[in-house]
Write a protein that binds this ligand. Sequence first.
Ligand code: MLT
Length: 219
Amino acid sequence: MIMSTSRGGASGDLGRHAHVFQPGRSGRTLLLLHGTGGDEHDLLRLGAMLDAGASLLSPRGNVSEAGMARFFRRVREGVFDEADVRARSAELGAWVRAALAHYAIDPAGVTSVGFSNGANVAAAMMLLGAYAAPRAVLLRAMVPIAPAPGASAAGARVLVLAGTSDPIVPAEHSVRLADLLRGVGAEVTLREVPGGHGLTRDDVEIAREWMGVNDERAD
Ligand code: MLT
């Protein structure tokens, strides 16, 4: 069963993002955050590949860049509008909490899975103290913002997956991001996969292994 809610069809915080909620059977939930130009349907297949038994919660970014949806504004490729990163991260964090309550999702069972701009907003929420899931898989993430004083993602486990020849994310960004996330208390694993900005089979396999999902138990 897929339940979709359009922006106009839900009230309060929840109505701020068009989204899909697809209930699963395992008690686990993947918060799926798409890349630039994607939407709430983009990562559903990836979510099912990563954890077939999990519920999927997938919001669409509210920023439009020439018609392409994003989670925050940028000045140009790799240069972000910091005020907007702060505001959108706070807003998305509030939205996630509202969605967890609305759909009766166990917060302890959530894994954030973000790709590119979606990974960047997941990282920004952690660095700013807006929202940290207990686990996060950040695929092709950059440093989105400096950590806010006092922000804590203590106890969160984070997997950063970087492409060795990513033309958008310089290698030192992945290393710096891992360090910044450690600085706010997260336990971070940084892995490189052969490839560019696009996702590969290796990403899926490494993420599945790191998540430790036992599909037989889940299904
Ligand atoms: C971003 O803008 O978040 C990054 O440059 C990745 C992208 O979306 O292209």
